[in-house]
Design a protein around this ligand. Structure first.
Ligand code: AMP
Length: 218
């Protein structure tokens, strides 16, 4: 089972991917997390990705496609939720081709819709746990103890690319390069549109209901 979560930065893809992967037993593959891990470990991949990430730009396709396809082919089970990939048409086509070679296909593409002003506000106040990646928001969902994760006590940090300026750039890149994927997947009949406003649980409920309705309808 292959599910793609599509949406702008700040739409809640990471949060929702973590919840639904848990609930319906899928492996959560998040390209942003893979790049951030590589950065923290100081690997060659991390060093190549850093300058693009810091500027809010996409890491070049050759690097990203190889990373993700390698991850998909090495994992067992063949059940994935992809979060943050594909982010442009070239990546989408590379994914289609790689899956076709294994006689597999994407099952559903969940597009989480959030208005642009809400996205910017979310990104600019976002804090993330360094240990378990749980997200917080300085106004909407602050931690009980400042700077500490409620779940695991880990240290909270602000992503360097969540400054207002870089967040604006990431949204610009999203609208130019990633948003065309909405039409691309709509044409395949696999796109499910979800209202991404409201509480985290409300949104995950909408996604889970939509996925179960869609699979019943097939
Ligand atoms: P994210 O955590 O998904 O917001 O990703 C953080 C950053 O990682 C992005 O702004 C890009 O620089 C890079 N990145 C993540 N996924 C991709 C991708 N599919 N293609 C290119 N760059 C990516």
């Amino acid at each position: 089972m292959y599910i793609i979560l599509l949406g702008a930065p700040g739409a809640g893809k990471g949060t929702q991917a973590a919840i639904i992967s848990d609930k319906i037993n899928l492996e959560h593959v998040a390209t942003g997390d893979l790049f951030r891990q590589a950065l923290e470990q100081g690997t060659g991949l991390g060093n190549k990705a850093r300058s693009f990430m810091d500027k809010g730009l996409l890491v070049p396709d050759e690097i990203t496609i190889e990373l993700v396809l390698g991850k998909l082919s090495s994992a067992e089970g063949g059940r994935f939720v992809l979060d943050g990939f594909p982010r442009n048409l070239k990546q989408a086509k590379a994914l289609d081709e790689a899956l076709a070679k294994q006689s597999r296909d994407i099952d559903k593409v969940v597009y989480i819709m959030v208005p642009e002003d809400v996205l910017l506000k979310r990104l600019a106040g976002r804090w993330i746990c360094r240990s378990c990646q749980a997200p917080y928001h300085s106004v909407d969902s602050p931690p009980k103890v400042e700077g500490r994760c409620d779940r695991c006590g880990g240290e909270l940090y602000q992503r360097p690319d969540d400054t207002v300026e870089t967040a604006r750039k990431r949204l610009e890149v999203y609208f130019a390069e990633t948003a065309p994927l909405i039409d691309y997947y709509a044409r395949t009949g696999k796109l499910v549109e979800i209202d991404g406003e409201g509480g985290v649980d409300e949104v995950s409920q909408r996604i889970l209901v939509a996925l179960s309705q869609e699979s019943r309808a097939e």
